[in-house]
Design a protein around this ligand. Structure first.
Ligand code: SAH
Length: 229
């Protein structure tokens, strides 16, 4: 799967792309993440400026339409795979596990990371990206949101997690769309807190029944909304 990130701050991704699961996924050739600096498509001016003041007044700056449209067209032409265009914006559809699963089957995603007050609205009219938000709060830029989105997608790609089953059983996931059961590892006892006896029983039927019950009671207590049809 290929990701093309369009950003004014490509270096924000440095640490993220070189650690742990993502680094391994890149090394294995399961994901290809390309960063592109929007400034490369700045219209001719000495400072390679890409933003300007909003018409009608108001605080802040907007990323300009020409630069953005030309950058997207140029980046799309770099690879023949079809692209799904995404703009990160607090006004978009909220990212959730279902959306991550839907995006994980795309061969290629192009992600527009905004800054300042965001993009000139004509970017949306011309490019018609899917607008995606990571939650009802406002960030300084789309880069952190892009990392959140990529993180949720990459772990769903075959071969990235050691065990394919784990992304089915995770909270919100395809297995049951509920919260996961609690889990324990060694030691069996710590400061008077014991691992539930059933998990040590070796009785797989009982363990499965206990986990099923935990899933339901937890979800009902914490996230009743997930149980509604
Ligand atoms: N003026 C805009 C917010 C701009 S925030 C508004 O009120 O809607 C600057 C940039 O940060 C945005 O262009 C977007 O790319 C990113 N961003 C901020 N909050 C976000 C969120 N909740 N989800 C995804 N991207 C977000």
């Amino acid at each position: 799967m290929r990701f093309d990130l369009l950003t004014l701050f490509p270096a924000i991704f440095d640490g993220y792309l070189t650690q742990s699961l993502l680094d391994k996924a890149i090394q294995k050739g399961l994901v290809d993440i390309q960063r592109h600096n929007l400034r490369e498509w700045a219209q001719d001016n000495p400072h390679r400026q890409v933003d300007d003041k909003p018409f009608g007044g108001g605080p802040g700056m907007l990323i300009q339409v020409q630069t953005t449209v030309e950058a997207v067209e140029a980046v799309e032409a770099m690879d023949s795979r079809p692209t799904r265009r995404i703009m990160l914006t607090p006004q978009g559809k909220r990212l959730d596990q279902r959306l991550a699963e839907e995006l994980a089957v795309c061969p290629r995603l192009l992600i527009l990371c905004g800054r300042y007050e965001g993009f000139d609205h004509r970017v949306n009219d011309i490019l018609e990206p899917d607008e995606i938000s990571i939650g009802d709060f406002v960030l300084n830029g789309g880069e952190v949101a892009a990392m959140v989105m990529i993180d949720s997608i990459v772990r769903l790609l075959p071969g990235v997690l050691g065990d394919e089953q784990s992304s089915w059983d995770d909270s919100f996931s395809r297995g049951n769309r509920m919260l996961e059961f609690p889990q324990y590892t060694r030691p069996r006892s710590y400061r008077g807190h014991d691992v539930p006896e059933v998990l040590l029983s070796g009785d797989h039927k009982r363990i499965a029944a206990w986990r099923e019950e935990q899933i339901r009671t937890r979800t009902a207590a914490r996230r009743n909304d997930l149980l509604e049809p």
